[in-house]
Design a protein around this ligand. Structure first.
Ligand code: 9RB
Ligand code: ZN
Length: 419
């Protein structure tokens, strides 16, 4: 039985990033119209609402966040930096910044950022104590760009790093792996653990996007940590197949070799196809499949302990559908839904398929490699034609009587793609 924990708090939506004009500072005197800052509460508010409206809240174990203490934060950040965020957050009229000019600190954001880091700590603690198997923290502000002594790219405290250190210092875990599939390089997390072989960091991101010159493959860690930082910079336009290939070729083998006691996930949805801050082309189905693979790794390696922190994801329209893939247990998801992926679903599809070869309506449609061949490393899987397990799926694709509903778009796309 899998139990998925969920951390959310209205205060996360009160982190006030003010106005901007896209990535430019708004400047009314120069005619640059102010708009909502791109890292505003809307996308995450809508994630929470969709989880609620789908009836999934009741299936999650709600974990109450608390504020991380200064002692917990300074396992990762310098005291001077923590004090800087506190001071900036006390400015009454906003305008505070964490360091790079792109990381607004609103009035009161110090406490909200502590609540984000503390939410991660509470989820990790619940997983290690066995109260939950895995979990999802829908937090703001984000954290993965924040280094020990500087905020960056909308990030104040590096919540994942704080939670990793807490797991080691207080919960007795030896090795922690951080997977980061936000579209931007997880440079802060990498820098914090750069010389530390007890924390493996793996970042998949759009090459050279943000920070602009960061996250190249030669960045592998330093000193004792050499080999314990991995970067997969993917060209703009990379989509489902590229990310799945990276998961199979890099992420999963590295996790297997490292054998972590806990996997933390910097779960950015800004690699989604509609995101304004990157040019990657993932869909909800991509996130669903990548999640399924990580759940499988966590089940194999560390009692299922996979804790995700929401990072980027700026399309208020699409992010919620991507994020829904993290919600637990919709017992009978419509077979045509590309999104409703329980964290608790089996990591591998049932094997063998039903003896009568009826296409299983319980099996999510997009789990069939026959429709997504490029996403699998060919040397590791039998060719779909030779794979009897998927005979039912192929029939499903061929049989016109079964047409109807959303899933058949994938069949059409498959046909079009082959010309
Ligand atoms: C500008 C610069 C950025 C660009 C992207 C992000 C994404 C954050 C995220 C944050 C700030 C620079 C406008 C540098 O989602 N992380 O996961 N700012 N970019 N210089 N200038 C002028
Ligand atoms: Zn991002």
């Amino acid at each position: 039985m899998t139990t998925t924990g969920y951390v959310f708090h209205p205060e996360y939506l009160w982190h006030d990033t003010g106005t901007s004009a896209g990535l430019l500072p708004a400047n009314p005197t120069a005619g640059v119209q102010p708009a909502m800052h791109v890292e505003n509460p809307e996308a995450k508010r809508r994630v929470h609402e969709l989880i609620h409206a789908c009836g999934l809240l009741g299936e999650l174990m709600i974990i109450e966040p608390r504020r991380a203490t200064v002692a917990e934060l300074t396992r990762v950040h310098t005291e001077t930096y923590v004090q800087h965020i506190k001071t900036q957050s006390e400015l009454r009229r906003g305008g505070g910044d964490a360091g790079d000019g792109f990381s607004p600190v609103g009035h009161g954001s110090y406490d909200i950022a502590r609540l984000a880091a503390g939410g991660l700590i509470e989820l990790v603690t619940a997983a290690v104590h066995g109260d939950i198997t895995n979990g999802y923290a829908l937090v703001r502000p984000p954290g993965h760009h924040a280094t020990a002594d500087a905020g960056m790219g909308f990030c104040l405290f590096n919540s994942i790093a704080v939670a990793a250190r807490h797991a080691q210092a207080e919960l007795g875990l030896a090795r922690v792996a951080v997977v980061d599939w936000d579209a931007h390089h997880g440079n802060g997390t990498q820098a914090i653990f750069d010389d530390d072989p007890s924390v493996l960091t793996i970042s998949l991101h759009q090459a050279g996007c943000f920070p602009p010159d960061s996250g190249w493959t030669h960045e592998n860690g330093t000193g004792d940590g050499t080999g314990y930082a991995l970067n997969v910079p993917l060209p703009p336009g990379s989509g489902h197949a590229a990310y799945l290939h990276a998961m199979h070729q890099v992420v999963l083998p590295a996790l297997d070799r490292f054998a972590p006691d806990l996997i933390l996930l910097a779960n950015g949805f800004d690699a989604g196809v509609f995101d304004p801050l990157a040019r990657q082309m993932l869909t909800a189905a991509s996130y669903r499949e990548m999640t399924r693979l990580l759940v499988g790794a966590a089940d194999r390696l560390c009692h299922g302990r996979l804790i995700a922190a929401h990072e980027g994801g700026y399309s208020p329209f699409y992010t919620p559908y991507c994020a829904l893939t993290f919600s637990k247990n919709s017992p009978a998801p419509p077979p045509t839904s590309p999104t409703l992926s329980p964290l608790s679903s089996p990591a591998t599809p049932p094997n063998p398929s039903p003896p009568n070869n009826k296409p299983s309506s319980a099996r999510p449609r997009n789990s069939c490699p026959a429709s997504r061949r490029p996403s699998r490393p060919p040397e590791k899987r039998p060719h779909p034609r030779d794979d009897r397990e998927h005979e039912g799926c192929r029939r499903h694709h061929r049989d016109p009587a079964r047409r109807g509903g959303w899933a058949d778009y994938s069949a059409f796309i498959h046909v079009y793609a082959r010309g």
